[in-house]
Design a protein around this ligand. Structure first.
Ligand SMILES: Cc1ncc(COP(=O)(O)OP(=O)(O)O)c(N)n1
Ligand SMILES: Cc1ncsc1CCOP(=O)(O)O
Ligand SMILES: [Mg+2]
Length: 544
């Protein structure tokens, strides 16, 4: 309604577009004007533009070389010695994901391969013991492992080999998750190994993490039904030699909270958190133990390392995930599955032609016409813009994020990329398609690290040197201007068509021109006659 009111006052609107909003009409005017011109820059596709997002070091010129003998950064490292779960909810696969989520490197020694899904365990094939030994030696003799975490250990021989190898290659800490029964109730390590567990492995452990069933098995079938029982079990298990015992009370009957007991030989700690009602709990034990290992590898003390919060957050996030048809589903360690599966249109790879008609929003202009950012974006897209940037300098962060989410829905449903100006945090929070930064904003190299290789990054450049740096930093395109004087951005000296030419000739990236561009001068920009000009970016000509 507000747009229509504005439209009636807009004298320069083309009659053909009377049923449209002005932004829509102006965008359409641009598209028609630009598309009918015989644009040399469209034909002169940038031959040199190679999409090597995220592989900046591979670029031939100007890239800082990664030297072989430079300083080496020590990365916290967990080695998991466990079984493989074909369904990837538990075991080695859970350990890898949990460590990745905690930002710790994880290497793997596989003790058994299971055929397993959300229904249960259909088969187990143990890895020969001497081959477990070979894997252990392979990793420990070469890599600087901080913490070893054990999971499914299917034979006495395997346990003995682990202990022997750890004496040869000592590590900072040993986390023992005494896996015996899967969440589906299937036996993964028989009672024959219990004595070896107690006598050989537990005394070497810095922390053990049995659930109620495992604690009971290690304690010759002791009944564990109350918190007091858990305290007693923790004390008895501690007497077997581990420095710390975490008895997990997830299966405790009649408890609205999930309560775990940590005992360090001196103090008991009751770790209480709300019970998360979900089918997707397969692999929580492995994941918690891996998390503890990961935090120990970073150097945290045991109490801080027993970070239940991560697993709770992941379980809560994954409540609605539907993988498999059995009673126990996996959860999403990296908290990334649901946001993408809800998208009806996935982001397509960036193409320089996306820059053709680039709409940049302006909160003041939209406010002035009483129109939401989402309405403005919708109108611009209907008119034919090929990419949208939200440049909301005055918006409160909370409002900006809400608007960005609404705009993203519109953009995704039309296959138009949505970028956020300046605010990398907002872009990450709404999973926008990318970010545009200027010379005083967060450096593009840092933005690339934060956003990963897939997102689109644009950098404002006025000089050939800046254009070169943008390319080295892993940007996808550059915005060049202001080409003409503009009131939209203060203190922005115009570089003119000559300045634009100089940058375009030097650029290895596609260029979008910006600043004072409207229907009347867009053609002059596009027909500038040098490579790399792929489009025009406009604010006031669309939104004012
Ligand atoms: C496409 C495009 N080009 C240039 C700019 C300007 O970015 P910056 O120099 O960071 O200035 P602000 O827009 O943040 O004021 C842009 N936004 N988009
Ligand atoms: C954001 C920006 N960067 C350089 S000029 C400019 C403003 C362009 O706005 P307009 O299209 O209204 O001239
Ligand atoms: Mg900026």
């Amino acid at each position: 309604m507000a747009s229509a009111a504005f439209f009636s006052t807009c004298s320069s609107a083309n009659e053909n577009y009377l049923h449209l909003t002005p932004t829509h009409a102006y965008a359409k005017g641009f598209v028609n004007n630009l598309r009918t011109s015989n644009l040399p820059s469209i034909a002169l596709r940038n031959e040199r533009f190679v999409r090597l997002r995220g592989f900046v070091a591979m670029r031939d010129e100007g890239a800082s070389k990664v030297s072989d003998d430079g300083p080496r950064m020590k990365i916290p490292h967990v080695l998991t010695v466990a079984g493989s779960d074909s369904g990837a909810g538990a075991g080695i696969q859970a350990d890898l994901k949990a460590c990745a989520a905690r930002r710790v490197y994880c290497s793997t020694v596989i003790t058994a391969v299971t055929a397993q899904n959300t229904v249960g365990v259909q088969g187990v094939s143990n890895v020969p013991e001497d081959f477990v030994a070979e894997q252990l030696k392979s990793v420990l003799s070469d890599m600087e492992v901080d913490v070893v975490k054990t999971g499914m250990l299917p034979s006495m021989g395997t346990i003995k080999i682990i202990c022997k190898t750890l004496r040869e290659f000592p590590v900072q800490a040993l986390v023992v998750d005494p896996v015996m029964v899967s969440t589906s109730g299937d036996v993964l390590a028989g009672p024959s190994i219990l004595s070896t567990f107690r006598e050989v492995l537990l005394p070497m452990a810095d922390i053990i993490t049995p659930n109620l069933k495992e604690a009971a098995a290690l304690l010759n079938g002791m009944q564990l039904e109350t918190l007091d029982d858990m305290h007693s079990a923790a004390r008895l298990l501690h007497n077997m030699g581990p420095k710390n015992v975490l008895v997990k009370g997830g299966d405790l009957p009649d408890s609205s909270d999930a309560v775990d007991i940590l005992y360090d030989g001196l103090n008991f700690y009751e770790l209480r958190s709300p019970r998360i009602r979900t089918r997707n709990t397969h692999g929580t034990g492995c994941s918690l133990a891996s998390c503890i290992a990961a935090e120990l590898a970073k150097g945290y003390p045991v109490l801080a390392a027993v970070a239940k919060r991560y697993v709770e957050t992941a379980l809560d996030y994954s409540k609605e995930i539907g993988i498999g048809n059995g009673p126990q589903g996996p959860f999403d360690h990296l908290l990334r599955l649901t946001s993408h599966s809800q998208d009806c249109h996935r982001q397509k790879p960036f193409s320089p032609s996306d820059l053709f008609l680039y709409a940049v929003t302006d909160s003041r202009m939209n406010k002035r016409w009483g129109r939401s950012i989402a309405d403005a974006v919708k109108a611009a897209i209907d008119g034919g813009v090929t990419i949208v940037q939200l440049r909301e300098k005055d918006a409160e962060t909370k409002d900006f994020l809400e608007s960005a989410k609404a705009c993203l829905k519109i953009c995704r449903s039309h296959g138009v990329p949505l970028l956020i100006n300046d605010r990398v945090d907002v872009a990450i929070a709404c999973d926008a398609d990318g970010v545009h930064v200027g010379q005083c904003d967060m450096p593009a190299r840092v933005v690339r690290t934060l956003l990963g290789p897939e997102k689109i990054i644009g950098v404002s450049c006025k000089t050939p040197e800046q254009a070169q740096q943008a390319w080295v930093d892993g940007a996808d395109y550059i915005g060049c201007g202001g080409v003409y004087p503009t009131k939209t951005k203060e203190n922005n000296t115009a570089i003119g068509l000559d300045g634009l030419k100089t940058v375009c000739v030097a650029s290895k990236l596609p260029v979008v021109a910006i600043g004072g561009i409207g229907v009347s001068n867009a053609r002059a920009v596009m027909e500038i006659g040098v490579p790399n000009v792929e489009g025009v970016a406009v604010v006031s000509a669309l939104f004012r």
